[in-house]
Design a protein around this ligand. Structure first.
Ligand SMILES: [Fe+2]
Ligand SMILES: [Fe+2]
Length: 164
């Protein structure tokens, strides 16, 4: 369903479309994360991604209250790009840096979408939805911060920059 088609007539309709969109996105992310985990060399990176895969499954359970999903070309594109870049990197240290970049693009997408959905849910008076969306948002923010730490303070970028 295109966002500018006539199907969406109300704020509630727009909100529901947004929920279906992030629901689809979370499902695609559970398919993309195992591939990143497989390819990651840095142990903290692999463990961090594993933890976030478990969190992502729980996020889907929270969203299950609003069933059905709509296709989300944005997350498809972000995941496809990450896949392509990761596939082109031969050096393992550089590969870790590429995986982090791809994973952070996913987290920022999620942070953006959850932020909007929370604002809309508040406006529409869906208090219970605000609560579980906020839980998901906080997990995405924490996952992004952890990726920053692995890249900057745990030496992934440093190692990658000295690869021949
Ligand atoms: Fe998520
Ligand atoms: Fe996430």
């Amino acid at each position: 369903m295109g966002i500018f088609t006539q199907d969406i007539k109300t704020m509630d309709g727009l909100f529901l479309h947004g929920l279906q969109d992030i629901y689809y996105a979370e499902h695609q992310i559970t398919k993309a994360l195992p591939k990143m985990i497989d390819k990651a060399t840095n142990r903290e990176l692999a463990n961090g991604l594993k933890t976030h895969l478990e969190e992502t499954n729980k996020q889907i359970e929270r969203l299950d209250k609003k069933p059905s999903s709509t296709q989300c070309p944005a997350i498809d594109g972000i995941i496809k790009e990450a896949d392509e870049v990761v596939g082109e990197v031969a050096d393992k240290a550089v590969l870790d840096a590429a995986i982090i970049a791809g994973a952070q693009a996913v987290e920022h997408y999620e942070i953006c979408r959850y932020g909007t959905l929370i604002a809309w849910a508040q406006q529409l008076g869906h208090e219970e939805v605000v609560r579980f969306l906020t839980t998901n948002l906080n997990e995405e923010k924490a996952a992004n911060t952890k990726l920053n730490t692995v890249a900057l303070r745990k030496g992934v970028n440093g190692k990658a920059s000295t690869a021949a």
